[in-house]
Design a protein around this ligand. Structure first.
Ligand SMILES: [Zn+2]
Length: 393
C-alpha cells in the first residue's frame, strides 16, 4: 500500500474501455478514482469504494483522461523554418521541398544539439498531455545521420521510426533508384537496431509506389512494422499499398478515393489524420467524417516538424479536428488517445483499466469537452507518466 497512489475526486474519468461507465466508446465514469501501483493502473471505480493508498492526488473535480498518444512526430532536426512559414502565409504554396533545408541543418548539428531539441520538444508535448510519442528519423538521409537520429530518438521513446525515405537528398537528385538502393541496404542495416517501424513518404515528388513497396518490404523483412505517409498532397497509391502490406497506420489521408476508404474500412490499418499540417500549410483538411462513417479507425497526431506543422500540442489537434473536420469532441479525444495507441499497435496505453500503464492527465476543467471547447487554453493541470507526476503548471 505504501507505494500506491490514489487519484480521486475525479469529476469525469475517460477510460476508453468501451461499454463500461456510460457505455460509450470513451467509457465515461463520474465521481471516480484510479489506484496506481508500480507504474500501472491497479483499480478503477467509484470514489466511494476506492481502496486505501499510500499517497493521494486530489483531481478537484476535474476530468481525468489517458495521456495522449502522439503516433506521428519528426523531432530529430536542427534549425527552424519560420521564414518559410511566413512566406507560405503570404501566399506561397507548400511543396515539401523545404525538407532539404532541414536536412542540411541537421547534418551540420552536433549530437548534443539534436538531443537537446528532442528533449525540449518531448517535454513540451508532455506538458500538453502527451505520454507516448512516436519519433521519426528522416532529416539525416545518410547512413550515419539516419542511425544517429534514431539512436537519439530511442533515448526518449520506444516508438522510433526509420524514415530514410523522407525525400531524395540533393546529392542523389535524378538518381532515385540509387538512393532507394542505399535506403534498402546499408541505411536500413544501420537504422534497424534503433527502430521499431519503417516509414516512407509516398507522394508525387517523393517516392513512388514501386520504391515505397521495395523499402517497406525489406523493412518488414528486417523485423520492422510498417507505417507510411500517404495521400497528403494529392491522390495516389499509398493508402491501398499500406493496407495491402498490413501497415499499422497510413498517415495524412487528405486525398482519398472511394476505393481507398473501402480498403481502410475492411482492414486493421488505422487512418492517422494530422490537422496541424493542413492548418500550417493552409490546405484543405482530410474528410474525417467520411472515414468514421465508413467504419475506419481514425487517430489524430501532431506531425510535429519544423516545416509543415511545428506544433507539439495534441489539444490543438483535437480542437482542429472538431472545428474543421467535423469530428465530435468524443471522437477526437478517442482518436488522440486510444486511436493513437491502435496506430502504434499498443494496448497498454491510451486506456485506463487495470494493467494499463499509469499515463494520465488531470484537467483544470470538468469534462473532456473542454479540450475542444476552450481552444488554446492550458487546461492540463497535471500529467502522470508511469504513475509518476511530471509537472504541475
Ligand atoms: Zn510526417
Amino acid at each position: 500500500m505504501s507505494g500506491s497512489l490514489l487519484v480521486d475526486n475525479v469529476g469525469e474519468l475517460v477510460t476508453n474501455v468501451a461499454g463500461t461507465g456510460d457505455g460509450s466508446p470513451l467509457g465515461l465514469r463520474r465521481d471516480a478514482a484510479v489506484l496506481i501501483e508500480e507504474g500501472r493502473v491497479a483499480w478503477v471505480g467509484p470514489a466511494r469504494y476506492a481502496p486505501a493508498a499510500g499517497r493521494r492526488i486530489d483531481a478537484e473535480g476535474g476530468a481525468v483522461l489517458p495521456g495522449f498518444v502522439d503516433s506521428h512526430a519528426h523531432l530529430v532536426f536542427a534549425g527552424d523554418r519560420a521564414t518559410e512559414f511566413a512566406a507560405r502565409m503570404a501566399g506561397q504554396p507548400y511543396t515539401g521541398g523545404g525538407i532539404r533545408t532541414t536536412v542540411g541543418a541537421t547534418r551540420a548539428a552536433s549530437d548534443g544539439t539534436l538531443r537537446a531539441t528532442v528533449r525540449r520538444l518531448v517535454g513540451e508535448a508532455m506538458r500538453q498531455g502527451t505520454t507516448t510519442i512516436e519519433i521519426k528519423s528522416g532529416y539525416g538521409l545518410t547512413v550515419a545521420d539516419e542511425a544517429r537520429s534514431l539512436r537519439i530518438a530511442a533515448e526518449v521513446t520506444g516508438e522510433t521510426t526509420f524514415l530514410g525515405a523522407h525525400v531524395v537528398p540533393a546529392e542523389y537528385a535524378g538518381r532515385p533508384d540509387d538512393y532507394v538502393g542505399l535506403v534498402c541496404g546499408p541505411m536500413l542495416a544501420a537504422a534497424a537496431p534503433y527502430a521499431r517501424w519503417v516509414d516512407v513518404f509516398c507522394e508525387r515528388g517523393a517516392f513512388d509506389a514501386d520504391h515505397t513497396r521495395a523499402i517497406l518490404t525489406v523493412g518488414q523483412a528486417a523485423g520492422l512494422g510498417v507505417r507510411l505517409h500517404a495521400n497528403q498532397l494529392g491522390p495516389g497509391p499509398g493508402v491501398r499499398l499500406g493496407v495491402e502490406l498490413g501497415a499499422a497506420s497510413v498517415d495524412h489521408c487528405t486525398h482519398l478515393s472511394d476505393a481507398d476508404v473501402e480498403a481502410l474500412a475492411g482492414s486493421q490499418t488505422v487512418a492517422t489524420l494530422l490537422p496541424g499540417a493542413e492548418f500550417s500549410t493552409r490546405s484543405p483538411y482530410p474528410d474525417a467524417r467520411r472515414l468514421l462513417d465508413a467504419g475506419v479507425t481514425v487517430a489524430l497526431a501532431t506531425d510535429c516538424n519544423p516545416g509543415s506543422s511545428y506544433t507539439s500540442s495534441m489539444p490543438f489537434c483535437v480542437a482542429l479536428a472538431v472545428r474543421e473536420m467535423r469530428m465530435t469532441p468524443a471522437e477526437a479525444v478517442w482518436a488522440a488517445t486510444a486511436g493513437g495507441a491502435r496506430a502504434l499497435r499498443r494496448d497498454d496505453v491510451g486506456v485506463l483499466r487495470p494493467g494499463a500503464r499509469a499515463d494520465l492527465m488531470i484537467l483544470d476543467a470538468p469534462s473532456h469537452l473542454h479540450l475542444a471547447y476552450r481552444p488554446g487554453v492550458p487546461l492540463i493541470r497535471q500529467v502522470l507518466h508511469n504513475g509518476v507526476p511530471q509537472c504541475r503548471s
